[in-house]
Design a protein around this ligand. Structure first.
Ligand SMILES: [Zn+2]
Ligand SMILES: [Zn+2]
Length: 309
């Protein structure tokens, strides 16, 4: 399938120019463009319970950021002890990503943990929604047991059932070239669900609002420079969807860049009330490789159908 591709470097430059006055990251952004904020995990290869290796505190911070750890005693959150709590959190992470829950930082775990991802945590307030729960799934027939792993946010926030038409707008500095992939993502969700979407001008009220931001941009979920977290969005009825302006973005599959439409499909899922899924083919699976193009999956569509029953 032919895709219109614009040069990622020029697009980065355009975004830099557009966003330059907006904000600056508090943390330093790696100067090597090939390094990622998650690269420290590679140094922990083979680590397991009982180890006391430099940088384990960074693994703790990573697992805390995505909801897997919450030490009541903050001393343990910042030390380098691979303790029981960390082992348990790591095993939960491995289960969610379909990795054997060994509690060891093995190759597969490193590969998954270093893959860029959505910034929305996988676990909220200790509840692991990515794993199937007894009360969530009903077999759709006695012949086929369809295993779904979609999930919702805590308390199942959703748009009022009567509100099926949602409006969206782009932030004032949003690059025009990045509008069509988001519009196509809305069309795909429109075709697959009860919702319809309509773009309104930037100066009008809308239910949803989309923009590019970099570093710490005031919503409590700072971006982290190139690699690491790519985008995030808030549960209903907040409506905010942010791309990380420091990434290299593309339209379609471009090695070294991330497809705007694929990430839009994922973040719109959050805007509608879906949280992460452990089905790796689902759009709501949390990680995205560069050059990867994904589409809606039956697991995603079933999740919306059940949320709005
Ligand atoms: Zn996400
Ligand atoms: Zn944000």
């Amino acid at each position: 399938m032919a895709s219109k591709i614009f040069h990622p470097i020029s697009f980065m430059f355009l975004i830099f120019i557009l966003l330059a006055p907006i904000g600056h990251a508090k943390r330093s952004i790696p100067s090597d463009k090939n390094s990622s904020p998650f690269d420290f995990i590679k140094k922990l290869e083979g680590c397991h319970k009982g180890n006391n290796t430099k940088d384990i505190h960074e693994l703790k911070a990573y697992l805390e950021q995505f909801g897997y750890l919450n030490y009541p005693n903050k001393t343990h959150a910042t030390d380098d002890d691979f303790d029981d709590t960390l082992e348990s959190a790591l095993k939960t992470y491995q289960k969610n990503y379909n990795i054997k829950p060994s509690g060891i930082i093995d190759d597969e775990t490193i590969s998954k943990m270093t893959t860029p991802r959505c910034g929305v945590p996988d676990i909220v307030n200790g509840t692991n929604y990515m794993q199937p729960r007894d009360n969530k799934h009903e077999p759709s027939s006695s012949t086929f047991h369809i295993v779904s792993h979609y999930s919702f946010f805590q308390g199942n926030p959703r748009w009022p059932p009567s509100k099926t038409r949602l409006t969206y707008r782009f932030e004032a500095n949003y690059p025009t070239s990045a509008i069509p992939p988001v519009a196509r993502a809305f069309q795909k969700w429109d075709a697959a669900t009860r919702f319809s979407f309509a773009q309104v001008p930037t100066n009008q009220f809308s239910d949803l609002v989309i923009g590019f931001f970099r570093g710490n941009h005031g919503d409590g979920y700072p971006f982290d420079g190139r690699g690491g977290t790519l985008a995030h969005a808030f549960a209903p009825t907040d409506g905010r969807f942010h791309y990380d302006a420091d990434e290299s973005w593309s339209i379609g599959s471009v090695p070294g860049s991330f497809d705007l439409e694929t990430l839009a499909l994922h973040e719109i899922g959050h805007l509608l009330g879906l949280d992460h899924s452990s089905v790796s083919a689902a759009i709501m699976f949390p990680t995205f490789s560069d050059g990867e193009v994904k589409n809606l999956h039956p697991d995603d569509i079933e999740g919306i159908r059940v949320l709005y029953l």
